[in-house]
Structures are given as structure tokens and as C-alpha cells.
Design a protein around this ligand. Structure first.
Ligand code: SF4
Length: 214
């Protein structure tokens, strides 16, 4: 006779424990891995694991096919943020959080990329040396800039977002006027940002003309 034919598969979990403090005052919430947040039966757990695996595969393949595959290696440990506290010339000239750009590029999240200052990345490479995995952050930023430009041309990106948050003063976070943007991005090292700014302005103007003609 087969054993455990009528065995109740319900899993009994222990009482929840306090969240672990990773750093003083910083608690890490891991909903998937905490036993008290798992499903009631083993089969439900298996289905949940398959869904999670498929979701992860989707994210990985999406990044690979978008040309931002290296972003999936990012551990989000934020070591690249040390670039912000370096002296001038070795820091990020636009005060961008590199990790946020990398995470946005993993899912081709254009809005997040724009809000985090990705369009202003000069691709200087100062942040790369702080990445413990040597992820080529400027290469990811460059690819995301291309993708965002294409998405803007296809109408998938809000022009208002580009104008309001894409090209801002890194200190005040206020949007730059056209004259201020051209002056700032005409400085040495900003050639790629200037080109991107002009191309995006051109697309937005063309769109406004088309709307006015209708
Ligand atoms: S590569 Fe981009 S994000 Fe990194 S330091 Fe240079 S401007 Fe900042």
C-alpha cells in the first residue's frame, strides 16, 4: 500500500521572528524567503516558485535582448555610490546615483532612468571603479540613453517628463532652460549629453508642431 496517500500536506510554520537588522536602523524585509509568508501547501509553494522563476527569466531575457544584460549582475549593494563623495574630477559630475540607473536599465524602465538622471550621464566612467563586479555602468547608461531616445520618438515616453526631469541642474534639481542646458552641455566631456539633448529637443518640437497642425 502506498504510504502517505491521505497525508495532510499542510505545512506548519513556526512563529514569526523579528526582522534582521543589517545595519543599525536598517531592516531587510524578505517576503519570499520568510517561512511565514509561504503558501499553505507544498504544491502551492511549487507553483509560486515556478511563477517566480519565470518572472526572473523574463527580466533576464528582457535585459539581454535590450542590450543591457550586464545589469542583471548588479547586487544593488550601492558600492558605486562612493563616487559621489570623491573630489571633483573623480566624482560623478552630475550627482547621479549609478545603482539607480543600472536597476532602471535592467527592466528598461525609461521613467525611472530619466528621473534618476540617466540622460545626463556623461559616460565618464568614474563610478565604474567602485563597482565590486566591474559592471560597465557607462555602457549600460549609453544603451539606455539610446533606448529612451527611441521610446521618445515612438511616443512611449512623456515629453513633459524629459523636459521637467531629464535635464536638470544637479544641485537644485530644477529643469535647465534651453540656454542653460546648451551652456552646460557645451563643456568638454558633455559631448554625448549635448547630442542627446539636441536630438530629444528635436523630437519634442516636431511632436508639438504635429499636435498644433491637427
Ligand atoms: S559614468 Fe555616468 S553615472 Fe558614472 S560617474 Fe560618470 S556621469 Fe556619473
Amino acid at each position: 500500500m502506498a504510504k502517505n496517500d491521505n497525508k495532510d500536506e499542510r505545512i506548519v510554520y513556526g512563529p514569526p521572528r523579528d526582522e534582521i537588522e543589517v545595519l543599525p536602523g536598517v531592516r531587510r524585509y524578505q517576503f519570499i524567503s520568510k517561512s511565514q509568508h509561504r503558501m499553505l501547501t507544498k504544491n502551492l509553494n511549487r507553483i509560486a516558485m515556478v511563477i517566480i522563476a519565470l518572472s526572473l527569466a523574463f527580466v533576464i531575457f528582457k535585459a539581454i535582448f535590450s542590450g543591457t544584460g550586464y545589469s542583471v549582475y548588479c547586487l544593488e549593494d550601492r558600492s558605486c555610490m562612493r563616487v559621489l563623495s570623491q573630489p571633483e574630477g573623480q566624482n560623478c559630475p552630475e550627482y547621479i546615483y549609478p545603482v539607480e540607473m543600472v536597476v532602471a536599465s535592467r527592466t528598461a524602465d525609461y521613467d525611472r532612468f530619466i528621473r534618476q538622471g540617466g540622460l545626463r550621464c556623461t559616460q565618464c566612467g568614474n563610478c565604474t571603479k567602485w563597482c565590486i563586479l566591474d559592471i560597465n555602468i557607462p555602457e549600460l547608461a549609453a544603451r539606455m540613453q539610446e533606448l529612451t531616445l527611441e521610446a521618445l520618438a515612438e511616443g512611449k515616453v512623456d515629453a513633459g517628463l524629459v523636459l521637467e526631469e531629464g535635464f536638470v541642474d544637479p544641485q537644485s534639481r530644477e529643469p535647465l532652460t534651453e540656454a542653460a542646458a546648451l551652456a552646460r552641455y557645451s563643456k568638454p566631456g558633455y559631448e554625448k549629453v549635448l547630442k542627446l539633448y539636441r536630438e530629444m529637443q528635436g523630437i519634442i518640437r516636431e511632436r508639438e508642431v504635429n499636435i498644433a497642425v491637427r
